[in-house]
Design a protein around this ligand. Structure first.
Ligand code: F6R
Length: 366
């Protein structure tokens, strides 16, 4: 059942290239510069006409939601807020007709997300779902939605469901752009092409598994770890930190890299490793100077960098090189080494990665 893998989590990490292909299957046509998103096809006018969107979710699905905000704002130019379902539901939230609420849930059963969706619906918002479990309560109660088709996720720590959610959000964002007469149609075909190239690149990253294990061997006894990234990779930093704390019980925090100097830098010494997502994009130089600041305080740095980057190896202690891709698709790649790093550190510490203490796969109580 684990397909030759030692744990479900590892199996599910390795399934990601094929899961990404499944999410895209039958939905992406580069040739026609078109997307066929069955579940939302009939609601595109509502989505495009939204005053604003509000994404509600918990945990890892909330991280996917943050990436969704960046994607929808960049490609569709619609204002998107992201909130924890548990905060939204108790806040007397401002939401109503004209708003599109997107709830994201792997299980489709998370109590807070379900309650938040009911409030949004009651107040007249259009509610769309992105769920993995077919026929789940959230999937049934939303007005319409999209399934992620990641297959059953057994490991408590979410991995393949997250990447499937991000692929779904990417497709939605591009679909909304396609209908906007003010934006050119040419570029969307490039985006679709780039999307189709991601699964092969993810496979390439999985081949680094042994290298990542050997990096984990130098850090398994850390007590605190910081994760830093910017832009599309800021939510990935949060997700990397969440994976590590869930399964290895090491205290970890994710931050936008630029926030480092506003507080977290005080934590840095030779005992607090810092994981930087430092791919070559428009903020690369700035991240590089953050790395230098950490190094000058004797911090140990693990960097996720772009293949062919010759500079970073001189300042980071360990570098994991990943293939180049459009910035908006990078989270699908940068998250993979972070999942593997958390996995190996946790197994080296003897933790039960598939069933971490105190956690349940589906949080049906608040
Ligand atoms: C993290 C994790 C949790 C879930 C959260 C939401 O690895 O699994 O943080 O992401 O409980 O669950 P769903 O997506 O089922 O609503």
């Amino acid at each position: 059942e684990k397909g030759g893998f030692e744990h479900f989590m590892l199996k599910e990490i390795f399934e990601q290239p094929s899961v990404m292909r499944d999410v895209m299957r039958g939905r992406v046509s580069v040739e026609h510069n078109a997307l066929h998103l069955g579940g939302i096809q009939d609601h595109l006018d509502t989505l495009r006409g939204a005053k604003r969107m509000v994404i509600l979710a918990c945990g890892t699905s909330w991280h996917a939601g943050l990436i969704g905000k960046y994607l929808i704002e960049e490609f569709a130019r619609i204002c998107v807020e992201v909130d924890y379902a548990s905060e939204f539901r108790y806040r007397n939230p401002i939401v109503g007709p004209g708003d599109v609420v997107i709830v994201i849930s792997q299980s489709g059963e998370t109590a807070d997300t379900l309650a938040a969706l009911r409030i949004a619906k009651e107040r007249g918002a259009t509610v769309m779902g992105i769920c993995n479990v077919v026929g789940s309560t959230i999937a049934r109660e939303t007005h319409f939605g999209m399934y992620t088709h990641a297959g059953p996720e057994i490991g408590v720590a979410s991995t393949k469901a997250f990447t499937a959610q991000v692929v779904a959000l990417f497709m939605i964002a591009v679909q909304l752009r396609m209908g906007n007469p003010e934006m050119s149609g040419v570029e969307t075909s490039v985006l679709l092409q780039e999307l189709l190239a991601v699964p092969d690149k993810a496979e390439q990253i999985l081949r680094l598994n042994d290298d990542i294990l050997s990096i984990a061997e130098s850090y398994w006894d850390a007590e605190h770890v910081l994760y830093l990234g910017r832009g599309y990779n800021f939510p990935v930093a949060l997700e990397g930190a969440l994976k590590l704390k869930e399964i290895s019980y090491i205290h970890a925090e994710g931050y936008p890299a630029a926030e480092m100097k506003h507080g977290p830098i005080a934590l840095i010494d030779e005992d607090v490793p810092v994981v930087f997502i430092a791919i070559r994009d428009h903020s690369y130089r700035k991240v590089l100077s953050n790395i230098e600041e950490v190094r000058s305080r004797k911090g140990r740095v693990i960097a996720i960098a772009t293949e062919g980057d010759r500079e970073i190896g001189r300042i980071a202690e360990h570098v994991i090189y990943i293939p180049e891709a459009a910035a908006a698709l990078m989270p699908l790649l940068t998250v993979i080494p972070l999942q593997l790093l958390a996995y190996h550190i946790a197994t080296l510490r003897g933790c039960n990665v598939d069933r971490p203490r105190n956690l349940a796969k589906s949080v049906t109580v608040e």
